[in-house]
Design a protein. Structure first.
Length: 307
């Protein structure tokens, strides 16, 4: 019987995001390509009575984050307990490294790591497929945090198909001190499409261009840079013109290409190699920008320590 289990799950970047028109259920159908980054979250589940959560000191300020039943990691542990019939007994400790509210799936990674850690601690022995199915009940990005690697996501982004990938892609992530409202960004996209609907035509079944998948399969950062796409980028830049300036700065100082990550405000810059990414990160920092280096793909949620 384990006394504690630590699981690690990755943050992500969307290298392509196609958004369909607003559906009757109030959601937009999506087609996206997730790439898991080595910017990770660790969740340690200790044997305890009842369910609790705290944040360990680390590089991310977590003072404003909830630790009650609204926290996604707590919800994940409780869902696992309810599904398996095991008592919801665990003290969770989270070490955060993924920026908060940056569109990089940090909360989803917490949930994925909590599922894997509690499954191992409690000996509930769910399959990876079972864990992915549970993850889908917690949020659209959580199944990918369990799966990791590179995947094509459809539906709300939670129906996953693995994508063959060669090599490692090097990124510089430019962070913003001011968050963005995802619903506001989607609304701006809807308004733009309504205004220009006659010219644009309906987007019923969003698709990812084949060249994105070809670039990943070839491990070719130059080809991938040319194929980066995000339907939410234009509305995000419209709402936040300062992001456009930062995007231009990165693309004129060594990045192969830059992209708004998801609905923003994080910007992802793809470099040709690790040395190029390191140089770009240093240039951003000299200009006063807050940046993080990352690379991927990396595996999904997995146990890294137990005793």
């Amino acid at each position: 019987m384990q006394n504690f289990v630590t699981a690690r799950a990755p943050g992500k970047i969307n290298v392509a995001l196609a958004v369909g028109d607003l559906a009757d259920d109030g959601y937009h159908p999506l087609a996206t390509v997730f790439l898991a980054l080595n910017l990770t979250e660790d969740v340690t589940a200790h044997r305890a009575e009842g369910l609790s959560l705290e944040y360990a000191p680390g590089p991310i300020d977590t003072s404003d984050l909830a630790t009650d039943e609204s926290n996604l990691a707590i919800r994940a542990a409780r869902l696992l307990a309810d599904t398996t019939g095991h008592p919801a007994d665990a003290a969770l400790t989270i070490t955060k490294r993924v920026p908060i509210a940056g569109g990089m799936g940090g909360g989803s990674a917490d949930a994925a790591a909590a599922l894997v850690a509690c499954d191992a601690l409690w000996g509930t022995n769910l399959t990876r497929e079972d864990l992915v199915a549970l993850a889908a009940k917690l949020g659209a990005d959580v199944p990918f945090a369990v799966a990791g690697g590179v995947a094509l996501g459809t539906g709300r982004g939670d129906v996953l198909s693995p994508v063959l990938t060669e090599g490692t892609f090097e990124w510089v992530l430019r962070l913003s001190d001011e968050g963005m409202s995802t619903p506001l960004t989607f609304r701006a996209l809807d308004e733009h499409r309504a205004k220009h609907g006659a010219a644009l035509g309906p987007v019923v079944d969003p698709e990812i261009e084949a060249r994105v998948l070809h670039a990943l399969r070839a491990g070719d950062p130059v080809a991938l840079a040319d194929a980066l796409s995000n339907d939410l980028q234009a509305p995000a830049l419209q709402l936040r013109p300062d992001l456009a300036e930062a995007l231009e700065f990165g693309e004129t100082h060594g990045a192969l290409a830059g992209i708004v990550s998801g609905s923003g405000p994080t910007l992802g810059f793809l470099a040709a190699d690790a040395a190029g990414a390191d140089a770009l990160a240093a240039t951003f920092r000299r200009e006063g920008h807050r940046v993080v280096r990352a690379s991927g793909p990396v595996p999904g949620a997995r146990v890294i320590e137990a005793a």
